[in-house]
Design a protein around this ligand. Sequence first.
Ligand code: GRG
Length: 309
Amino acid sequence: CRLTSATSYNFEFMSYMVNKAKSVNKALDEAVPLCEPVLKIREAMRYTLLSGGKRVRPMLCLAACELVGGQESTAMPAACAIEMLHASSLIQDDLPCMDDDNLRRGKPTNHKVFGEDIAILTADALIALAVKKTVSSTSFGVSPERVLRAVMEMAKAVGTEGLVAGQAADLAGEGMSFDDDVGLEHLEFIHIHKTAALLEAAAVMGGIMGGGSDEEIERLRSYARCIGLMFQVVDDVLDVTKSSEELGKTAGKDLIAGKLTYPRVMGVEKSKEYAERLNREAREHLQGFELDKVAPLLSLADYIVNRKN
Ligand code: GRG
């Protein structure tokens, strides 16, 4: 049975997402108790960590673990760790020296509520807690060797091979003008590192924790790279279409602000086609897994490509 068509399986994705998000939210709540010492930092950690969010990355981690035959509970520490890294990256991204944003998920950004100094320490503390959480997977029967592999994946996704590289390239490109080819290359570099790297780590860490074979883990990696890039292509298209609707104009916010986006480089229609192609490629990497086990990841890819916000 080929997995290239969205109609080739029947799966209640929304209730799956809601259930996974509930378990993740409970685990995150327990991971950062509101207590001394550094009560203020813990408050700030909880503020961003528990302020909504779709929980796409932890869900991906848990689904990858289950795909290779593991239990949800085995990958829960890794799933929480990935969300902690994501929260840390959002806090840093919003700082005045970066994107200088006042709102995130419809609420004032971390530094607006707690101040820049506390926000920076909070982002640091979240990274440290992510490492601790992942290492705690040994208590759930994961071998030290697998935990070490997972920590390595996490470190790669955050540092100069991942988020930091993507953010640095994004900052370096600000205000520059590119011709289409160079623009696309620069854009892909940014999003492979800024967005896809963490999604990739989520899927790979889930596969590692679940006891997956090297081949299974590499398939998960390739699938996650595709959906990571697709996530950003869709985001850029939504930015343009939403802004156009809001402004009642044909050009979106990115065109007005001169920001490098997929619609700017290749146009809205080609960007949508590109997202569809990435979805097909993502599915192809999952060929060979059992259909009932792979349904959550197929649906996640569809959800990302079809999302409206
Ligand atoms: C060392 C952790 C660390 C980061 C330093 C600041 C930085 C480098 C990187 C920024 C990375 C960043 C914020 C990328 C954007 C990723 C993205 C697509 C965010 C939106 O994700 P959603 O839609 O958000 O999953 P929710 O709110 O649903 O969680």
